[in-house]
Design a protein around this ligand. Structure first.
Ligand SMILES: [Zn+2]
Length: 287
């Protein structure tokens, strides 16, 4: 599932390719994504210039010159592919997860520009495209979300205030998008390991030091992953196991039964479940 760093990579790729480009035509072969693509989607987008590409949490936001905004969410398995009309390049995926090539099936939406086409592929169809017709509506749409983990708003004061009397375990807090945006399961595991916090710990029991660590490592882990993704995309063409390379940066995720990476720690990583999602812990250093 694409998480924030992957979505950021897609955003940057789009920014390089489609900013200030005009949409020539849109072809939709399956409107039944997580939410049905609205009827007038094609007519509202065709002929429009894309003036900006931004991101909030796992949403990509295309700004159009008719003051509409097109939100793209990749869901569980959505990928965006760029197909050059002249050069038939093998690698089409704008990020580094799932297929490197344009798959034969499940290509639901084609956005055609003069020299290339952006194709949306999504086997499980949990992703969606949504149009909003004003800045006000855009703002309102994201109001329910907590600050992004990488922003300065996600700081000690904010976390401390929100954790007063909070009995929920810290892992589920990190995954709660109303509290903080953009942290998925893999990154929650990594952040808690680096912060030396046990994922089962009640949020209200976190010490001040732990809260400071949490804010620090949330930013660090996500920014590292973005950087890592940014460099791995360059190697995308040369390597076989892209996901393998990506996983190399993990210190705890998917490391069940392996030794803890911390010097002087004799612990082994155990795997357990919190709300049905894999949690990897070193019990020696995560208290
Ligand atoms: Zn350890």
């Amino acid at each position: 599932m694409p998480e924030l760093p992957e979505v950021e990579i897609v955003k940057r790729s789009l920014n390089n390719k489609i900013k200030y480009k005009k949409i020539k035509k849109i072809i939709i072969t399956n409107r039944n994504l997580r939410f049905k693509v609205q009827k007038d989607f094609e007519s509202l987008l065709e002929g429009r210039l894309i003036t900006n590409i931004s991101r909030f949490s796992k949403y990509i936001i295309l700004s159009l010159d008719n003051h509409y905004y097109c939100l793209i969410h990749l869901g569980m398995s959505g990928t965006l592919h760029l197909i050059d009309h002249k050069k038939k390049e093998k690698i089409t995926n704008l990020s580094f997860y799932h297929s490197k090539f344009l798959p034969k099936k499940h290509n639901h939406i084609k956005i055609k520009f003069s020299n290339f086409t952006i194709t949306y592929n999504d086997p499980r169809r949990f992703g969606f495209f949504k149009l909003l017709n004003s800045k006000k509506k855009l703002k309102k749409y994201f109001q329910r979300f907590g600050p992004e983990a990488t922003s300065s708003k996600f700081n000690f004061k904010f976390i401390k205030h929100r954790f007063l009397n909070k009995k929920k375990n810290i892992k589920n807090c990190l995954l709660d998008q109303n509290f903080v945006s953009g942290i998925g399961n893999i990154y929650a595991n990594e952040i808690l390991f680096r912060s030396k916090i046990n994922p089962f710990k009640e949020a209200k029991k976190l010490t001040n030091k732990e809260i400071i660590q949490l804010a620090k490592y949330s930013k660090l882990v996500l920014n590292l992953s973005i950087r890592f993704g940014g460099s791995s995309i360059k190697d995308f063409k040369n390597i076989k196991g892209v996901s393998g390379l990506f996983q190399n940066s993990f210190k705890v995720y998917n490391r069940e039964n392996k030794n803890c990476v911390r010097k002087n720690c004799k612990g082994k990583i155990i795997r357990t479940f919190i709300s049905n999602r894999s949690s990897f812990i070193c019990k020696f250093c995560q208290k």
